[in-house]
Design a protein around this ligand. Structure first.
Ligand code: PLP
Length: 408
C-alpha cells in the first residue's frame, strides 16, 4: 500500500545524513563523556561544541547562549520555571496565551498554583494574540511573557517581533516556544527580540529526546530543573546526550542551508492541499491564519465528521494525519486551541491536521485529495446531523479562504 506521511508536526523521520553523523558518536572511538579529561572525552566535547555552533548559527546567536536539553518540553519548563524562580524578588506575574502547547500552558498553570499570578490571553479566530491586549495586561509585577512563535495545531505565526519590542521597552523577559518554526521559517533571535527560545530536534529531521534552549546573555535565569553535575555551564546537570546533540547540530545545519528552497516547496504543496480541499467540499473551514502560517501546515475542521473517524479511514488508505496535536489526540476533549479560537466544540471535533515534510510530493497531495472525497462522503452519510443540511448553500469567502463560516 502507498504510504503518505502528513504528520510532520508530530515528528519527522531522522534524515539519513543526521543518522550517519549520530552513528559515529555511538561507536568507534567517539563514545566518550564530554567532561572526561582524556582523548575520548575531548572528541565528544569538541562534537558537542560544534553542534552548539550549528544550532546557534541558524538563529544568529552566540553559541555560548545555547544549552542542550532533552527536548521542547524541557526547554519550555526550564525557561518558564527558571525565570519564575529566579525573578520572584522582582514580581510574580506571568503572561501567556490560550493556544500554547501544554508544555507551556501546564507549566504556567502549575506556577499559578505556587502563588504566581498568571494571565492567559485569549486569541482571535485565527489563533493570534492581540499585542495591544497583551500590553494592557502588563503590570509592574510582570516578570515573564511567554508566547509561542508558531502554533502546532493550526500553524498560525504569532506577532513575535512586536511582542519582543514591547517586552524590551518594559524590561520584561520574553520567551518563545519555537519548536514548530525553528529551521522552517527564517528568523534571528535579535529580529524576534526574544530572551529565551525553545527548540526540539525531532521536529526538524533530528532525533527525539534532544532539544535546546537559547538564553540571551544577561537573562536572569539560574540553573533550575535538575541538581547534579556542572554540565552545560551549570545550567543543565547530567551527562550530555552526545549522539543526540550531534544529531540536532547536523539537523539544524541542514535545515539552515535548505530553508529557502524547502520553504518554497512546502508552501506550494500546502496551498495545493488547501485549495484542493476547500474547492471539493462544503462545510469545511481552514483553521489558523490563511497566510501568516507555517509553510508546511494545513488544518481544517470538517462539519458533521468526527476527526478520529477520518483519521482511521485515512490510515486505512495509508495516509498518516492527525486531529489536534499528538499529545491531545487520543483524548475525547476537543482541542483547547480550536476552542480558544471560538470554534464550537461540535465542529472542533472534526479537525484534521496535515503537516508536510521534505519527503512529500505533489503525487502525495493528489493521492490524498482522491482518497478524502469518498471518506468525507461516507462519514457524512452516517452522521445523524448531516441530512438536515444543504452542503451547496455557501461558497465561503474567497478572500481569506475560510469556507462558510467567515464573516468577512
Ligand atoms: N512545543 C510545541 C509547540 C510542540 O509542538 C511540541 C511537540 O509537539 C513541544 C513543545 C514539545 O516538544 P518535545 O516533544 O520535544 O518535548
Amino acid at each position: 500500500m502507498r504510504r503518505v506521511y502528513f504528520d510532520h508536526s508530530a515528528t519527522t523521520p531522522v534524515n539519513p545524513l543526521v543518522a550517519e553523523e549520530m552513528y559515529k558518536f555511538l561507536t568507534g572511538e567517539n563514545f566518550g563523556n564530554p567532561t572526561s579529561q582524556h582523548y575520548f572525552g575531548l572528541i565528544a566535547r569538541r562534537a558537542v561544541e560544534e553542534a552548539r555552533e550549528k544550532v546557534a548559527g541558524v538563529i544568529s546567536a552566540d553559541p555560548n547562549e545555547v544549552i542542550f536539553t532533552s527536548g521542547g518540553t524541557e526547554s519550555d519548563n526550564m525557561a518558564i520555571q527558571g525565570v519564575a524562580q529566579t525573578n520572584r524578588d522582582r514580581g510574580n506575574h506571568i503572561i501567556t496565551c490560550a493556544v500554547e502547547h501544554h508544555a507551556v500552558l501546564n507549566t504556567v498553570k502549575a506556577l499559578g498554583k505556587q502563588g504566581f499570578t498568571t494571565t492567559i490571553l485569549p486569541v482571535d479566530h485565527y489563533g493570534m494574540v492581540d499585542v495591544d491586549q497583551l500590553a494592557e495586561s502588563i503590570t509592574d509585577k510582570t516578570i515573564l511573557i511567554t508566547i509561542m512563535h508558531a502554533n502546532n495545531e493550526v500553524g498560525t505565526i504569532m506577532p513575535i517581533r512586536e511582542i519582543g519590542k514591547l517586552a524590551k521597552q518594559k524590561g520584561i523577559i520574553f520567551h518563545t516556544d519555537a519548536v514548530q518554526s525553528f529551521g522552517k521559517v527564517p528568523f534571528t533571535v535579535d529580529e524576534l527580540g526574544v530572551d529565551l527560545l525553545s527548540i526540539s530536534g525531532h521536529k526538524l529531521y533530528g532525533p527525539k529526546g534532544i532539544g535546546a534552549l537559547y538564553i540571551r546573555r544577561g537573562t536572569r535565569l539560574r540553573q533550575t530543573l535538575f541538581h547534579g553535575g556542572a554540565q552545560e555551564k551549570l545550567r543543565r546537570a547530567g551527562t550530555e546526550n552526545v549522539p543526540g546533540i550531534v544529531g540536532l547540530g547536523k539537523a539544524a545545519e541542514l535545515a539552515g542551508s535548505d530553508m529557502e528552497q524547502e520553504n518554497k516547496k512546502m508552501t506550494d504543496l500546502r496551498d495545493k492541499l488547501i485549495d484542493g480541499v476547500l474547492s471539493s467540499f462544503k462545510k469545511v473551514r481552514l483553521t489558523g491564519h490563511p497566510l501568516i502560517r507555517l509553510p508546511n501546515h494545513v488544518s481544517f475542521c470538517f462539519e458533521y465528521i468526527e476527526g478520529e473517524s477520518m483519521l482511521l479511514s485515512l490510515d486505512m488508505k495509508g495516509i498518516a494525519a492527525s486531529s489536534g496535536s499528538a499529545c491531545t489526540s487520543g483524548s475525547l476533549e476537543p482541542s483547547h486551541v480550536l476552542l480558544a479560537m471560538g470554534i464550537p466544540p461540535e465542529i472542533a471535533h472534526g479537525s484534521l491536521r496535515l503537516t508536510l515534510g521534505s519527503g512529500n510530493t505533489e503525487e502525495d497531495v493528489d493521492y490524498f485529495l482522491e482518497a478524502i472525497g469518498p471518506i468525507v462522503e461516507r462519514l457524512r452519510s452516517i452522521s445523524p446531523f448531516s441530512e438536515e443540511e444543504n452542503f451547496d448553500t455557501d461558497a465561503g469567502c474567497s478572500e481569506c479562504r475560510i469556507s462558510q463560516s467567515c464573516k468577512g
